[in-house]
Design a protein around this ligand. Structure first.
Ligand code: NAP
Length: 252
């Protein structure tokens, strides 16, 4: 049984995949959750097995309570849960609020907010000293959009990430005395396939020169911040969200 297991939701691609690989390098057994892209999830696991690590791909929609239990039962089979990265996130096709539908708004909130809260609950039931656990860490994926609001394109998504910021603060305080630290990372423009989902695959290339550091970030750069927050080096850090934005949207 592994003494250090990490669940990464949406671990099959982008920031989640980079987090899985770095976590394995740092000695975690990794549950690579995915929604539908089994080939991508299996490829992440294959890379981890190749480096001598332990990983399992687990399909599950984080917005569904029964799927979340299935994901965490896979973690239980691997060993002691030590960390959760609430990374799974979606964005709807770009549009103004006055053109959004109830279904589309609900879907974004269900995956980004409900999913993160359901997974946090499952993790706390395993890690909290209140439930007989030995503690652990949670990192929630926010976004620069939570500060910028994403007017004209993705206010629904931005609002979901604003909710994540509040979740990070409230949950950190709720479990601070139970051996669990809860933090967030706030990525800016990161090179992943995410932007294509909003209908704007050229977004990274177009915006990169206008950013303070004049380039987009990489998934690996976000993963490094996530792993730092989960490490002993951040032992007295909880309830905060670290911007990984190359200087964008850093004002409180
Ligand atoms: P991505 O490349 O689009 O990958 C999304 C991942 O989430 C995939 O592994 C996908 O699984 C999974 N997923 C989607 N819906 C899911 C669901 N209902 N249940 C479980 N897994 C689900 O995204 P990314 O760019 O790496 O973004 C990761 C996180 O960072 C998101 O929370 C996003 O909001 C945040 N973020 C990204 C950026 C950026 O510029 N990329 C900026 C700020 C914040 P499948 O492979 O099976 O589809």
């Amino acid at each position: 049984m592994h003494d250090k297991v990490m669940v990464v939701t949406g671990g099959s691609r982008g920031i989640g995949a980079a987090t899985c690989l770095l976590a394995a390098e740092r000695g975690y057994g990794v549950v690579v959750n995915y929604a539908g892209n089994v080939a991508a999830a299996e490829a992440v696991c294959a890379r981890i097995h190749h480096m001598g690590g332990e990983a399992v791909a687990v399909r599950g929609d984080v917005s569904l309570a029964e799927d979340v239990e299935h994901i965490f039962r896979a973690a239980d089979r691997m060993g002691r849960l030590a960390a959760l990265v609430n990374n799974a996130g979606i964005i709807a096709p770009a549009g103004r609020v006055d053109a959004m539908t109830a279904d589309s708004i609900a879907k974004v909130l269900a995956v980004n907010v409900t999913g993160s809260m359901l997974c946090a609950g499952a993790a706390i039931r395993r890690m909290s000293s209140r439930h007989g656990g030995r503690g652990g860490g949670i990192v929630n994926l926010s976004s620069a959009a939570a500060k910028l609001g994403a007017p004209g394109t993705s206010v629904d998504y931005a609002a979901s990430k604003g909710a994540i910021d509040t979740l990070t603060v409230g949950l950190a305080l709720e479990v601070a005395a139970e051996g669990i630290r809860v933090n967030g990372v706030r990525p800016g423009i990161i090179e992943t396939e995410f932007h294509a989902a909003s209908g704007d695959p050229g977004r990274v290339e177009r915006l990169a020169p206008s950013l303070p550091m004049q380039r987009a970030g990489t998934a690996e750069e976000v993963a490094l911040a996530i792993l730092w927050l989960l490490s002993e080096e951040a032992a007295y850090v909880t309830g905060t969200t670290v911007a990984v934005t190359g200087g964008r949207a850093i004002t409180p």
